[in-house]
Write a protein that binds this ligand. Structure first.
Ligand SMILES: O=C[C@H](O)[C@H](O)[C@H](O)COP(=O)(O)O
Length: 236
């Protein structure tokens, strides 16, 4: 099965977790977008939910799907967030932010009683780090912040190239919050908690893509014998 078919299988299973009246966090990325589209079908058939989008892209997708939207200011306590991930380890620790939405995604996940991650099997790893870790920084003082981030990475026992993310046109990628992203190619992150602590201590770092202790469950769609097989982790 193709990665797109696996993503759809995981997203479809997640729609089954949604109950009438729920306040939902709506994740960002290709997998979360499929979830939004499938959820929209349920809403048009009569399901009543409200959603908080984690990016402007998801806001547009949810509006197109007919999902009623709210904000965290209006609805600060969410029942369930469904979101994709770039990597997931056996402890449900994640790397997120490949699409640049990590800041809003983390705020929304932290405001949710449950966060269920939807991924294809290729995202499962024993040790986080194969996917470059996104680190969101303010533009002011970029060189000084980058040097401090590199030192923080070393202090957590990691090493690897650190580069500013560029868009398709070659200019620096800007997040929805107007920040820049440094991508750290670390290969292995032996102690994600130590790295997270070191990164948040750097002035100029807005957020990083390590989601630790936030996911309560995961729905993993894997290919097996030409069919998709759903594996659930945690409470999903
Ligand atoms: O910023 C983007 C998000 O963290 C996504 O959830 C993550 O990159 C996974 O995206 P996709 O489902 O497209 O692989």
């Amino acid at each position: 099965m193709s990665p797109a078919e696996l993503k759809r299988a995981a997203a479809a299973r997640a729609v089954g977790l949604v109950e009438d009246g729920m306040r939902l966090g709506l994740g960002t990325g290709s997998t979360a977008t499929i979830f939004v589209e499938l959820l929209g079908e349920k809403v048009r058939a009569g399901l009543s939910v409200v959603g908080v989008p984690t990016s402007e892209a998801t806001r547009r997708a949810a509006e197109a799907a007919g999902i009623p939207l709210t904000t965290l200011d209006e609805t600060p306590d969410l029942d369930l967030t469904i979101d994709g991930a770039d990597e997931i380890d056996p402890q449900l620790r994640l790397i997120k932010g490949g699409g640049g939405a990590l800041l809003r995604e983390k705020i929304v996940a932290a405001a949710s009683r449950r966060m269920v991650v939807i991924v294809d099997g290729a995202k499962r790893v024993d040790t986080l780090g194969r996917f470059p870790l996104p680190i969101e920084v303010v533009p002011f003082g970029l060189v000084a912040t980058t040097l401090a981030v590199a030192a923080a990475i070393r202090s957590a026992g990691c090493a690897g190239p650190l580069g500013i993310r560029k868009g398709a046109d070659g200019t620096p990628f800007l997040t929805d919050g107007g920040h820049l992203i440094l991508d750290a190619g670390l290969a292995r992150i032996p102690d994600p908690e130590a790295l997270a602590r070191a990164l948040v201590a750097v002035p100029g770092v807005v957020e990083h893509g390590l989601f630790l202790g936030l996911a309560t469950g995961a729905i993993v769609a894997e290919a097996a014998d030409g069919q998709s097989r759903i594996v659930t982790l945690g409470a999903a």
